[in-house]
Write a protein that binds this ligand. Structure first.
Ligand code: ADP
Ligand code: GLC
Length: 482
């Protein structure tokens, strides 16, 4: 077994704000089956500490960036966890990254440098009895682990950085650098210096032995100026160690045949039972309870990445075509307000819930006829994978992991009987409108629709393939270092 220390700022079911949490929570079991054991180190936010049975302190820092800290070890939700209990960094209610005012905590640089430093200490053997071959850091919040390991005196494990979203980099003024406890050489063009600032993700991408991202298409896209978010030059330079590994889904959590969060469970052969979920969803969201209306769902963070402003632009047309819409989301206040107003304006046709609701997310997958993800960019996207599994037809823009996971219902795919959804491009309101018209004509052709639903539900969106690709990557990295 390859021994992996995973470093992350979220892990489902303990703490989740988006897909990162789902992935970090699901990977350990899949990797276990493929030949790698995982211990995951996460910050001790109150929501995490509240859910730890029998945690034992295995390491103590007298001063981890401004206060004492313990590393706790325990098993929770079948996950082998190390939790950095550092009250001065993490004992704050609510969102892991934002204060109640919706703004980033001003000391996020120090908070996640603390996670990285703790992970590097554990990764190099500070905890007796715990040794690791690989340290695998997810996103900028974990990337400092790789930077600290690069400057560690003595042997270190192999390092991997996975980029879930290049838009977030952890960029701070140069005045933070002296507090990080790194040699001056780290603050250079070849390290974590970026236009005079420190950039945590850049540090990780510069120093990691391997870089992955969460779909093959996104791996290509981020080496170009358009989607490189200012790091495309570095990513082109490191293209030899960069690869894309698609995410899977946790089918113990997302499986319509066993899902405890939906009213009527169903399988591919018993699609008729979905109708009961649709009726419950319509009622819950204040929509007309019409079985024949095409019901489109959205479950999303409300940010410009997700392209939902384009949907707002098309709402009048949608309603005129008799299409219903349900949206569950939270994020930018202007978008939240716009959807609340839209629901009031299109009473009975548009329903929205602003907030975060895991159970409603499942009901939308099980009760909607189609699921919309019109992102401007999308590293992988999980909601379209859940939609495939639940027989809700994904309608997606042709970017990143959306492009890699949905087979567009074009003439050839329909003739071959392999279509699983609809792709559109460019990411404009017009192209989105056209896609919804195509969706509506398919909806009116019930046999074609049901064929597409069966195809979608048969698509392999499991972690099996991806997990074996991660293990192959770990093996090749270890072979290079031996
Ligand atoms: P991202 O990580 O960019 O937000 P993904 O599609 O990868 O996008 O993952 C989003 C995850 O968060 C999915 O599990 C989705 O169901 C969930 N999610 C997003 N918004 C909400 C919400 N408002 N309520 C419940 N779950 C949500
Ligand atoms: C990020 C991306 C999303 C991806 C998720 C999990 O939040 O925005 O596309 O699915 O990470 O990898």
């Amino acid at each position: 077994m390859i021994r992996v220390l995973t470093v992350a700022s979220e892990i489902f079911p303990l703490i989740k704000t988006g897909g990162l949490g789902d992935v970090v929570g699901a990977l350990p079991r899949a990797l276990g089956a493929a030949g790698a054991s995982t211990t995951t180190i996460v910050p001790g936010y109150p929501a995490v500490l509240d859910q730890l049975p029998d945690a034992v302190a295995v390491h103590h820092f007298t001063d981890l960036f401004g206060g004492p800290a313990d590393v706790l070890r325990c098993t929770a939700a079948s996950l082998d966890l190390l939790v950095v209990d550092a009250p001065h960094l993490y004992a704050r209610a609510g969102n892991p990254y934002l204060g109640a005012d919706g703004l980033e905590w001003p000391d996020n640089g120090i908070r996640f440098a603390g996670l990285g430093a703790a992970a590097a200490a554990v990764g190099t053997g500070s905890v007796p009895g715990l040794a690791f071959d690989i340290v695998h850091a997810h996103d900028w919040q974990a990337a400092m682990a790789v930077v600290y390991l690069r400057f560690h005196d003595g042997a270190r494990p192999g390092t991997v950085v996975t980029v879930h979203n290049l838009a977030f980099q952890g960029r701070y003024p140069a005045s933070l650098f002296p507090r990080l406890g790194l040699p001056d050489s780290a603050f250079s063009l070849n390290g974590m210096e970026y236009h005079g600032d420190v950039n945590f993700l850049k540090g990780g991408l510069s120093y990691a032995d391997r870089i992955t991202t969460v779909s093959p298409t996104y791996a290509r896209e981020i080496t170009g100026v358009e989607n490189g978010m200012g790091l495309d030059g570095l990513l082109r330079y490191r293209a030899g160690v960069l690869s894309g590994i698609m995410n899977g889904i946790d089918d113990t959590v997302w499986n319509p045949a066993t899902d405890p969060l939906i009213p009527a469970r169903y399988a591919r052969a018993r699609l008729g039972k979905r109708a009961a979920n649709k009726a419950v969803l319509q009622r819950r969201m204040g929509l007309d309870e019409s079985p024949n209306a095409l019901l489109v769902g959205v479950v999303s963070r409300l940010t410009s990445q997700k392209g939902l402003d384009m949907l707002l632009d098309r709402l009048d047309d949608l309603a005129a075509d008799g299409i219903q819409l349900v949206l569950l989301g939270s994020g930018e206040p202007e978008l939240e307000q716009a959807f609340v107003s839209a629901a009031e304006w299109h009473l009975g046709a548009v329903g929205c819930v602003i907030g975060y609701d895991e159970a409603l997310a499942h009901l939308i997958q099980a009760g909607s006829d189609a699921l919309l993800a019109p992102s401007r960019f999308e590293p992988c996207g999980l909601t379209q994978l859940y939609a495939l599994r639940y027989g809700s037809i994904p309608v997606v823009s042709r970017v990143g992991g959306l492009a890699d996971s949905v087979i567009d219902a074009n003439e050839a795919a329909l003739a071959a009987g392999v279509a699983t959804g609809i792709q559109f491009w460019p990411a404009t309101p017009e192209a989105l409108g056209d896609a919804l018209h195509r969706l509506l004509s398919l909806w009116r052709d019930r046999p074609a629709w049901e064929q597409m639903q069966r195809n979608a539900m048969a698509a392999d969106v499991s972690w099996r393939g991806p997990a074996s690709r991660y293990v192959a990557l770990y093996r090749s990295l270890l072979a290079d270092r031996s």
